[in-house]
Design a protein around this ligand. Structure first.
Ligand code: SAM
Ligand code: SF4
Length: 328
């Protein structure tokens, strides 16, 4: 699949549920309204839809959410999709998780062919962790990370940089990841969906974080690509990679290779734009040709890029939907 700007689309991210067992302050309001269950695609439908993308050339699938591991029977979907690894049609099947259920599922994920997981973790302080996630327990996530590694999964930590919350803890996280042998990626907050509070209070530009880090660490630019938007350096003192995802201070759209599917079958061709294509109706015709045409039509509308701005005067998110709908 090639979009109008010549970008090769080979990466599909799928939000398998909009529900979550956490309520992170930058992601959700505490009192969220979730989709009625009847609007959500069944696991069989998600399998058919993902497989249609694989047939069209998608090489990497990431399940996300909401929290993917809270969806009932989600291992069934991992197992089904794992068959595309076996056939060679897919290079990677992976997930982004808050880690709360990893102790339970790590072994099974490995059995299904998953080899890497991204775990979102913004702080190493249990009280701060509770304040950020509202409902999360740090020790459960730590146990999940240990279980994942024991099962043979490589773990990458994703941390959202939050002004006044974890901004002075990033050195500690680099040190901890170094000791544990984990890569770390820092993410800027993006203005998506109404939350309780003002996003300009949370926004911390990574350009600032990076220049502060350079006072204590030797950061060597490296040419490492995972097919995601992060730019990596190697921390000379720890030997680990450190990634920066900077949608606000640096536009990464020119190399964008992905599209995002929601659990209702809506395809967003860009994280930062509202334009979308409904694939549920074509899927439910039961005709694979109709579905393939609908996917082609959607890709032909992929926009050049996003225009996120965090603007105190407008005081509204750049896109109305929450990150938990498209999964980040
Ligand atoms: N629940 C899983 C998790 O937390 O990893 C998967 C879904 S979550 C929406 C995916 C990623 O998006 C997480 O790393 C989270 O920190 C990030 N995220 C959520 N809202 C965000 C926002 N407004 N700006 C930047 N990143 C955000
Ligand atoms: Fe849940 Fe992930 Fe959003 Fe936190 S970031 S509320 S864990 S979906």
């Amino acid at each position: 699949m090639i979009d109008p700007f010549g970008r090769h689309i080979s990466y599909l991210r799928v939000s398998v549920t909009d529900r979550c067992d956490f309520r992170c302050v930058y992601c959700m309001a505490e009192d969220m309204t979730f989709l009625p269950k009847k609007d959500v695609l069944s696991l069989e439908e998600l399998d058919r839809l993902c497989s249609a993308f694989v047939a069209k050339g998608v090489r990497k699938l990431r399940l996300t959410g909401g929290e993917p591991l809270v969806r009932r029977d989600i291992m069934w979907l991992f197992r089904q999709l794992g068959r595309h690894l076996g056939s060679g049609a897919l290079d990677e099947l992976t997930l982004t998780t808050n880690g709360s259920q990893l102790s339970r599922f790590a072994g099974e994920l490995h059995d299904c062919g998953v080899r890497r997981v991204n775990v979102s973790l913004d702080t190493l302080d249990p009280d701060k962790f509770l304040a950020i996630t509202r409902w999360g327990k740090l020790d459960k996530v730590m146990a999940g990370i240990r279980a994942a590694r024991a099962a043979g999964l490589a773990v990458k930590i994703n941390a959202v940089a939050l002004k006044g919350v974890n901004e002075h803890e990033i050195d500690d996280m680099i040190r901890w990841c170094g000791d544990e042998g984990l890569d770390l990626t820092l993410i800027e907050t993006m203005p998506m969906g109404d939350i309780d509070g003002d996003r300009t209070d949370q926004y911390l530009p990574l350009s600032l974080v990076r220049s502060r880090l350079m006072e204590h660490w030797m950061l060597d630019d490296i040419d490492y690509q995972t097919g995601g938007p992060a730019r990596y350096v190697r921390v000379r003192e720890t030997g680990r990679r450190l990634g920066f995802i900077t949608p606000m201070t640096h536009n990464f759209c020119e190399s964008c290779n992905r599209v995002r599917l929601t659990c209702t079958g809506t395809l967003y061709m860009c994280l930062g734009q509202d334009d979308a294509a409904d694939l549920r109706a074509p899927l439910r015709t039961g005709d694979d040709g109709v579905l393939a045409d609908a996917i082609d039509e959607a890709i032909s509308r992929k926009p050049k890029g996003h225009d996120f701005i965090i603007d105190r005067r407008r005081n509204r998110p750049a896109v109305a939907r929450h990150m938990s709908v498209t999964g980040g």
